[in-house]
Design a binder for this molecule. Sequence first.
Ligand SMILES: Cc1cc2nc3c(=O)[nH]c(=O)nc-3n(C[C@H](O)[C@H](O)[C@H](O)COP(=O)(O)O)c2cc1C
Length: 228
Amino acid sequence: MGCARWYLLRYCATSCSATVRYVLLALKVCGHREREKYFLLPRHDIIMETLDAIKTRKSVRRFQDRPVEREKMNALLEAAVQAPSWTNNQCWRFIVVTEKETIEKLTKANSNFNSWLKDAPVVIVACADPKDSGDWNGLQYFMMDVSLAMHNLVLMATDMGLGTCYLGAYDEMKVKEILGVPDNIRVAAMSPLGYPLDKKTLRDKMKGAILRSSNREPIEKVSHWEKW
Ligand SMILES: Cc1cc2nc3c(=O)[nH]c(=O)nc-3n(C[C@H](O)[C@H](O)[C@H](O)COP(=O)(O)O)c2cc1C
């Protein structure tokens, strides 16, 4: 009798732990599925391969008056957070702004050079919590963490036919005030997001010429082999 009870107890314990393991595994799989669904967007949304996206990406400063679909914005954030980061601490924090009034305020917090920002349907503000990153040899790595994440987002956006443009000429304090960003958080980058407007005005062409935006220095000038 004692022996039968022992076997029953052992059977229950083993099957319980197996059940718990199966439940945990199922939860893990569901978690992955939840994340992966963003990468399983309909094929027609993914229109380029990586190299095409790298080569096609150009700063876009004029947008169609058309909202960006929520699932695409989610997919972009998912792409962003796949970036590498200092000890995988993922110091990035994103603010997705779609309210026109807030975008107008953000435009005012930018230099006049970026006055076109007000017509963007979305602005992504990339922040960093520096304490979740590190520094070494005087290099603060939160900027790199956020830049890598932003560039994942930017390339993925290009892939989806969406336009972006890195912005650096903003008043960080004003941006923080507008968006209620805590004191300890830095605003590391910002970009509009939207469907590009094809037509180029004379102003756009002049801006392109001033920035020489298609020009790239020859590889020989910017690279060394083996030593500097
Ligand atoms: C850190 C950084 C800050 C930038 N800030 C601005 C900006 O404030 N306004 C703007 O119109 N473009 C800005 N740009 C975009 C550059 O002007 C643009 O990337 C460069 O001219 C090359 O053109 P392309 O992006 O079309 O290849 C910035 C780019 C970087 C990387």
